[in-house]
Design a protein around this ligand. Structure first.
Ligand SMILES: NC(=O)C1=CN([C@@H]2O[C@H](COP(=O)(O)OP(=O)(O)OC[C@H]3O[C@@H](n4cnc5c(N)ncnc54)[C@H](O)[C@@H]3O)[C@@H](O)[C@H]2O)C=CC1
Ligand SMILES: [Mg+2]
Ligand SMILES: [Mg+2]
Ligand SMILES: [Mg+2]
Ligand SMILES: [Zn+2]
Length: 458
């Protein structure tokens, strides 16, 4: 006679083994095995393996989009937590799998649609890093000179901080309308000898475009030059091509591919710093560029800036907080408009962080100064380099403690609470006379989108 306890224990072992096979398949991204196991035993879906992680968490951990999709389509519960109280979404976010995070946030077709549109690559404009900055090479003069002479090195040209660009055919499909004009060393050789030229080493390519021929085994180096020569004369350097200067910072700089925007953010901010720090901030003597454009040193041998390390010798970044303030009811957000905005346009409030201030304090202070609204909790979401001239926009969501609005008229013309539906309409159905948001390349736009995405899961 078979002991029923033995049968039960054998059954348990078989189930546990099946759970382990199932979570292992999800962890490896094996969609076929995941689907086949669910069809045999639907109760496997949310079962955790021995380490407390279920299939959805492991698929999220390892970036397996199709497995995540399959599990969700079978009704996997996205709110289950592991022993560290993390949901699959928390795990996807932690490991940087934004597209899976977005998938996990969606609860129905409508929000899936909304979230899908948030991901044309999910990168924040100006924040791509296609070049390896190789900071350790900046003080290696021989290496720098060698790179400057190589035929495959790329030089970008700026005049008064405006890059030289050319238009792209819409058929490139990248969504970019303009592209940075790339010069070779032979074309810029003479320009580099002019006293008004500033050269900055940007880095070397992390990946070589597959279409380009393998001219060398080393990745190409990129440089940026700001020139004070006559812009009309400089244009001729590009030969017959149809080139122009991208002069309007807040408009013309938003038309590049993600990669070029990242390079531009670095180049323009460092060049802007050179143009503003021609003289030493400590003693007023002239300063000269060193370390491949990443340091300016005072030419006065007795200047105290030559003793020790001084931040005035290095490129500057100004931190700015930019925040989407949410109404305590969770269903409205606070947006403001400056006088200079186009009609109907509202955006997130923003302001420079002051010395001795934390991000959270700056958010609370700026919101109260500009709108009179008091803010409680603040959560960091993402940041954006903003090379006009060299801010770092630190994007946060914040929750209001009070709702009465009293604007600082010097800064803001109007601030209002906008209901979620109005914001969704403005985001996905184009702007309306009631609410026009800033372009998608701005972090203000991305913060609003992020809120809508998060909220769809509430
Ligand atoms: N990427 C995006 O989505 C957005 C970017 N921004 C950028 O954020 C920056 C700051 O926003 P605001 O509302 O203008 O800041 P704000 O609210 O602090 O007010 C600007 C005023 O702050 C003072 N100020 C303090 N520190 C400064 C510094 N380091 N540089 C210049 N002025 C300083 C000046 O008096 C200036 O007029 C702007 O330069 C703007 O370009 C603003 C909104 C959206
Ligand atoms: Mg302000
Ligand atoms: Mg402001
Ligand atoms: Mg301020
Ligand atoms: Zn000095």
């Amino acid at each position: 006679m078979i002991d029923s306890r033995v049968v039960k224990s054998v059954r348990m072992n078989m189930t546990e083994e099946m759970v382990e096979r199932f979570v292992d398949a999800a962890s490896r991204g094996d969609v076929a095995a995941v689907s086949s196991l669910i069809s045999r035993c639907a109760s496997l879906l949310d079962r955790p393996g021995a380490n407390g992680w279920n299939a959805l968490m492991l698929a999220a951990r390892n970036g397996h989009y199709t497995v995540t999709e399959t599990l969700l389509s079978h009704g996997a519960d996205r709110l289950v937590v592991n022993r560290s109280s993390q949901t699959a979404y928390d795990i996807a976010k932690f490991w940087g799998h934004t597209h899976i995070g977005n998938l996990l946030l969606g609860t129905d077709n409508q929000s899936q649609h909304i979230l899908a549109t948030t991901d044309p690559s999910q990168e924040i404009y100006f924040s791509a890093e296609p070049l390896d900055r190789l900071s350790e090479r900046r003080s290696d003069a021989t290496w720098q000179q060698d790179k400057q002479n190589r035929p495959d090195s790329v030089f970008l040209l700026f005049s008064e901080l405006s890059p030289l660009v050319h238009s792209l055919e819409p058929s490139t499909g990248s969504g970019a309308q303009t592209s940075l004009c790339r010069f070779s060393s032979s074309l810029v050789k003479e320009l580099l000898l002019k006293p008004g030229s500033v050269l900055v080493f940007l880095g070397v390519e992390r990946r070589r475009p597959s279409s380009s021929p393998e001219t060398s085994s080393e990745p190409s180096a990129w440089f940026a030059i700001n020139s004070t020569e006559d812009p009309e004369v400089l244009l001729k350097l590009g030969g017959e091509k149809d080139l122009f200067w991208a002069r309007r910072p807040n408009r013309d700089l938003l038309n590049f591919s993600q990669d070029e925007a990242g390079i531009l953010a670095q180049a323009r901010a460092v060049l802007a710093w050179h143009s503003r720090y021609a003289f030493c901030p400590t003693c007023g003597s002239s300063s000269r560029s060193e370390e491949a454009g990443y340091k300016r040193t005072c030419t006065n041998a007795s200047c105290s800036s030559l003793q020790g390390v001084h931040n005035t010798s290095y490129p500057r970044v100004d931190p700015v907080v930019i925040m989407l303030v949410l109404h305590p009811d969770g269903e409205q957000c606070l947006l403001g408009r400056k006088k200079v905005f186009p009609t109907g346009m509202f955006s997130c409030l923003a302001g420079f962080i002051e010395p001795g201030e934390s991000v959270e304090s700056a958010v609370r202070r700026e919101v109260e100064e500009e709108s009179g609204v008091k803010v409680g909790s603040v959560r960091y979401v993402a940041c954006q380099p903003w090379p006009v001239p060299s801010s770092l926009m630190i994007g946060c969501l914040a929750v209001a403690l009070s709702t009465d609005i009293k604007v600082d008229e010097n800064e803001i013309e109007e601030a209002r609470w906008f209901p979620r539906q109005k914001v969704i309409d403005a985001l996905f159905r184009g702007g309306s006379p009631v609410l026009l948001l800033s372009p998608q390349q701005t972090i203000a736009h991305q913060l609003v989108k992020h809120w809508i995405g998060c909220n769809s899961n509430l």
